[in-house]
Write a protein that binds this ligand. Sequence first.
Ligand code: ADP
Ligand code: MG
Length: 244
Amino acid sequence: MSAAVLRVDDVWKSFGDDVVLRGVDLDVSPGEVVALIGASGSGKSTLLRTINLLEPIDDGQIWLRDLDVSDPRVDADAVRARIGVVFQQYNLFPHLTARQNIALALRHVHGWPKARAGAEALSALARVGLEDKADEHPDRLSGGQQQRVALARAVVSAPELLLLDEITSALDPELVGEVLELVRALADDGATIVMATHEMAFARDVADRVVFLDGGRVVEEGPPARFFGRPREERTRAFLARFS
Ligand code: ADP
Ligand code: MG
């Protein structure tokens, strides 16, 4: 039996009086792809941000393999170096080229020497089909290309866990496919992924498990075929009805 990559155990989080996560549990196995779905405001981003230590939690525990990352004494930078993250937008530094964006992470987060970071950044861009854009700044790239660079940067150092927060939501529809294809390729390569998404067809196709969050609680979860084919909870059915 292989241990979980991620274990979220009864996590609670409030903003003022607003209780946003209400005892969330989530275990993710090596190589598993989990699609996190739910209405806007259900707590998806907050959950991802607590895992990446961008938000402190009020109660519960979060484990990255055998490290309790919710322990206040933990080295947050060391934890983040083990996790790749891509957000909805504004992922890249505008004043740096595609290659520099990736190299910067390798140098500063992972402490690689400049030459090695630059070379590795170039091969990371080649893997996402953007080698020819290495010296372009983000404003010269399409939104889809920018997200592909952001994905290349997120996975360049082979993180143990990849967190994707609605990474296609800000894209024009014709650019969504190229980004999702890249996520699919990463999943096929064995990446361990937790992705918040509104792309139900993609979740059904690529995820190993779908987790439905409503009001900061996991209301229902299951393998995509069962989850989408025979949702058990009324709230799940009401949510899914919006997409059909
Ligand atoms: P989702 O990603 O599912 O749309 P979020 O996690 O972004 O949901 O938000 C969940 C709830 O937490 C919302 O009510 C949102 O307004 C609130 N929230 C999120 N971040 C903050 C914050 N930094 N300060 C106050 N409230 C927040
Ligand atoms: Mg969100």
